[in-house]
Design a protein around this ligand. Sequence first.
Ligand code: FE2
Ligand code: FE2
Length: 402
Amino acid sequence: MAATGKSYLRKIDISDVEPGMVLEDVFNDEGVLLISSQVEVTSPGQIEVLKKRGVSAVYINIRDGVDVPIEKLKKQELLKREEEYYLELSRAKEVHQSTLEATKNTLHAVRTGRPFTAGEIEIAGEKIVSSILRNPDALLSLAQIKGYDEYTYVHSVNVGILLTSVAKAMQYNKNALLEVGIGGLLHDIGKMRIPEHILNKAGKYTEDEFNVMKRHPQLGIDILRYSRTITDVSRLIVYEHHERFNGKGYPRGITGSQISEAGVMAAVADVYDAMTTDRVYRPAWTPQRALATIFQGCDVEFPRRIVEFFTRHLGIYPVGSFVRLGTGELGVVVRVEKGKILAPDILVLYSPDGIRYSEPREYKLAELQTESNRKKYSIESSLNPKDFNVKISDYIQKSPFD
Ligand SMILES: [Fe+2]
Ligand SMILES: [Fe+2]
């Protein structure tokens, strides 16, 4: 029979799930997203865990009438991927650092009244694209490590990386990747024309102050007006990243398909990075809470199709998540293998009794999980690292290949 390649998602009752099936989006009954990427059910125990977490139904992907199996990789291939990731990670650190510098310089120049020049940002955009084309995960990991400072330039770099990386997953070509990357780096450039006492205000904005803040997309494209190299797609990111699907955004309040795809992608990346960063008025949310909240805004604030690319791409426990394992130990997610998003590599920091290990222990959950101890070596929940005095950035950059 000829394959049509047609696929669709089918909702099935949790009691009909069998080992071997590949699950797509899984929500619990409160609408919280538990799994947002393909995951293969390998044991009846996993189905029990989902039931306990309040899951009554799941979606499976049906293609040509059958369940789509995920890529099965040989051990050799997995090792190669791991090595490539860590190889790129050390290069990605340099890309990250130089992008932070370039973005800081460019924004600072505009802040001090100099005309905008695109050169440094364009070079940074090219470096981001090259890194992501060599390995899609390394630079993204670095963008997920949040410090305690919330500067516009750090946020801009995170959004630039996030956008390029999701656009890669959406099959954008090299040129288009560069356009969204540059747009991301520049998306808040208009803030450089907002008075600093408003921009850096710790408390809530008054209505007047918020009205001033809302001018930053327009101020942004004004700043870029005389540039001959910044493309329309990059400009749309600057202009539209606060528009919303339901028309409740700004500056124009346009709706649905009036907003460009790049504009929508930038809006999601912007919100995700803002939610997962510490603010003066609230601590950072875990990536899980941020993704679940964004998901709940599907077809209200953001179109579902784009949100799905983000949640699939970032996975449920992205690198940098701080988690509790079934063993009771606590650790940091340091690497996520595609297709094994529920069983990432963890650096374990705390014993089940809450005692900090003198040396972190490396757990590869996918390897440790066997039929009988799967639950023990699974992630139980995600936690806020600050409650445990853990600085995520101390652990992400460590590579066994260094
Ligand atoms: Fe903005
Ligand atoms: Fe922003």
